[in-house]
Design a protein around this ligand. Structure first.
Ligand code: SAH
Ligand code: SF4
Ligand code: F3S
Length: 436
C-alpha cells in the first residue's frame, strides 16, 4: 500500500525521537511513499510519542483525540510510534480504537512490511531487541542540511526511580563504531558541519566490536574532514569521567558545552532517585570541567517536588543552581510514571508547592542567564546559522555554547558558520549583527 501514498509524521519528545522520525521517513521513502505537508492531506499519519512526563502523554492523547475526525473523513491509516506505543501497547488501541498500528522503537524496521500488510498483520508490535538494529537514513529526511543527529546508543540501565525511559527504550544497546563513523563520513561529504551524538546515557557507550568508549569515538569523529563541531547528550554525572573531561578539553572539534542533569541538589533526594552520586561529586566534576575549559557552557535538568522533597531539600537545589551558573536549565514538576519505583512512593508534595518551587527556580535561573548573557555583549562569537529566526527578519543559529543567537545580516548566511557581534540579549537568547 505504500507506493505513491502520502505520509505525515508528527513528533513529540526528545532529540532521539526526532532522529527516529528521520529514520522512519527514510524507510517510507524507500518504499515509494511521499511526504505530505499536513496531516489533513495524507494517507498515512504517524505519531512519534513521548512518555517521560504525565504532561507529554496528556498532550498526545488530546492530539490523538483530534485525529478521529480525520479518520472518519479521509480514512487515513493512523500509526502510533515511540515511547508511549512501547509503554501502553494494547491499552492505546482500547482507548483510541481508530488507531491502526502501534509500533514501539525496537520494531521500526518492520514498519514497511507491516504497513504493506497492515490489515492482516497484528496491530501491536513492541518486542524488545537485544542488540543494535541499524536503520537506513536518506539525506532528504534530515531536518537540517548542516547539523545532524546521530544516535550512538539506545536504552538505559540506570533505573532512576522517577524515570520511565528504561521501560520504553529497554536496556542499553550500542551502535557499532564503524557504522557511526560511516554515517558521519557520509554527512561530511554532503556538507554537514555539526553532529550531535544521541543516547540516553552516552557516557556508557562501548563499541560492541572493540570495546572503545566515547572518548575514542570522539577522537575518531574529529578526524573526519568537514565536521567542525561535535556535541553529545545525555551524560549521566556518575558515568562522566576524568578521561571524558580531558577528551572534551583536548579534542578541538568537541564543543565546550555539556548537558549534565543534576535533578536535585539534596543528597537525600538524589539517593531516593537512585542517581548514584552526591551533590559534592557533581560539584567536583563541574570544578574539573571549569578548570580544564574555563569557557564551558553547562546546562542541566532539575525535578522539583519529588516525593518527600522538603523546603530544605529544595533550597539545596537552589544553592547548587546559584553556585554553578548554568547557561540553561530544563526544569520539571515531578509526576509519577507507570512501572517506576517512585510511582510506588506517595506523591506527597502538593501541586501548588511544586508550582511555587518551579517558579522560584525558573525566576532565579532567569536572572543568572541574563547576567551570563550580558557578559557576552560586545564580543564576536562563532555561530552556526541554521536559517531564519521564527519571528522577524532575523537569522538564527547557535554558538559553541549552544545558546540561541538571533542576528541581522545583509546577505543570506543560512547553513554556514559566521562571526556575529553580540549587541544585546535577553535571558533566553543573544542578539547581534553579522560581523564584517
Ligand atoms: N536520559 C536522559 C534524559 C531523561 S528524560 C537523562 O538521563 O538525563 C529528561 C528529563 O526529564 C530528566 O532528566 C528529568 O529531569 C525529567 N524527568 C524524567 N522523568 C520525570 C518525571 N517522572 N517527572 C518529572 N520529570 C521527569
Ligand atoms: Fe531515565 Fe535515569 Fe536513564 Fe536518564 S539515566 S534515561 S533519567 S533512568
Ligand atoms: Fe520521551 Fe522517550 Fe525521549 S520517553 S524523552 S521520547 S526517550
Amino acid at each position: 500500500m505504500l507506493e505513491g501514498k502520502t505520509f505525515y509524521i508528527h513528533t513529540f519528545g526528545c532529540q532521539m525521537n526526532v532522529n527516529d522520525s528521520e529514520h522512519v521517513a527514510s524507510l517510507l521513502l524507500k518504499e515509494g511513499a511521499r511526504p505530505a505537508r499536513s496531516p489533513e492531506k495524507s494517507d498515512l499519519i504517524l505519531i512519534n510519542t513521548c512518555a517521560v512526563r504525565e504532561k507529554s502523554v496528556e498532550k498526545l492523547f488530546s492530539y490523538l483525540g483530534r485525529l478521529k475526525e480525520q479518520k472518519e473523513r479521509r480514512g487515513s491509516v493512523i500509526v502510533c510510534l515511540g515511547c508511549v506505543a512501547q509503554l501502553y501497547r494494547e491499552k492505546l488501541l482500547k482507548k483510541f480504537p481508530y488507531l491502526d498500528l502501534v509500533v514501539g522503537p525496537p520494531q521500526y524496521q518492520a514498519l514497511p512490511l507491516l504497513l504493506n500488510n497492515f490489515l492482516t498483520e497484528k496491530r501491536v508490535l513492541t518486542e524488545w531487541k537485544k542488540s543494535w538494529v541499524e536503520l537506513p537514513i536518506v539525506p532528504e529526511t534530515r531536518e537540517s542540511p548542516v547539523s545532524a543527529y546521530v544516535t550512538i546508543m539506545e536504552g538505559c540501565n540506570n533505573f532512576c526511580t522517577f524515570c520511565v525511559v528504561p521501560f520504553t527504550r529497554g536496556r542499553e544497546k550500542y551502535r557499532p563504531l564503524s557504522a557511526i563513523i560511516e554515517e558521519i563520513k557520509m554527512l561530511a561529504d554532503r556538507g554537514y558541519l555539526e553532529v550531535q551524538l544521541l543516547g540516553q546515557n552516552v557516557n556508557s557507550y562501548r563499541d560492541p566490536e572493540t570495546g572503545a568508549g566515547l572518548p575514542e569515538l570522539l577522537g575518531k569523529i574529529a578526524e573526519i574532514d568537514g565536521i567542525e563541531w561535535i556535541r553529545f547528550l545525555t551524560s549521566h554525572p556518575k558515568n562522566f569521567t576524568l578521561e571524558m573531561a580531558q577528551a572534551m578539553a583536548s579534542i578541538r572539534k568537541v564543543c565546550h558545552q555539556l548537558h549534565l542533569p543534576l535533578q536535585s541538589g539534596s543528597n537525600r533526594i538524589l539517593e531516593k532517585m537512585n542517581r548514584n552520586y552526591t551533590k559534592e561529586d557533581y560539584l567536583e566534576k563541574i570544578d574539573l570541567l571549569k578548570s580544564l575549559m574555563p569557557d564551558i557552557s553547562l546546562s542541566t535538568d532539575i525535578i522539583v517536588g519529588f516525593p518527600t522533597e522538603t523546603e530544605e531539600d529544595f533550597e539545596q537545589t537552589m544553592e547548587a543552581v546559584e553556585q554553578i551558573h548554568f547557561t540553561n536549565i530544563f526544569s520539571f514538576r515531578y509526576s509519577p510514571r507507570p512501572l517506576t519505583a517512585a510511582s510506588r512512593m506517595r506523591d506527597d508534595v502538593p501541586e501548588e508547592v511544586k508550582i511555587d518551587r518551579l517558579i522560584r527556580l525558573q525566576t532565579k535561573q532567569k536572572e543568572i542567564q541574563l547576567a551570563l548573557n550580558q557578559k557576552l555583549i560586545g564580543q564576536k562569537l562563532r555561530v552556526l546559522c541554521l536559517g531564519r529566526s521564527k519571528k522577524g527578519n532575523l537569522y538564527s543559529g547557535r554558538n559553541e555554547g549552544f545558546q540561541v543567537v538571533n542576528f541581522t545580516s545583509p546577505v543570506d548566511v543560512s547553513n554556514s558558520f559566521v562571526e556575529v557581534k553580540i549587541t544585546g540579549c535577553g535571558p533566553y537568547s543573544l542578539h547581534g549583527e553579522l560581523a564584517g
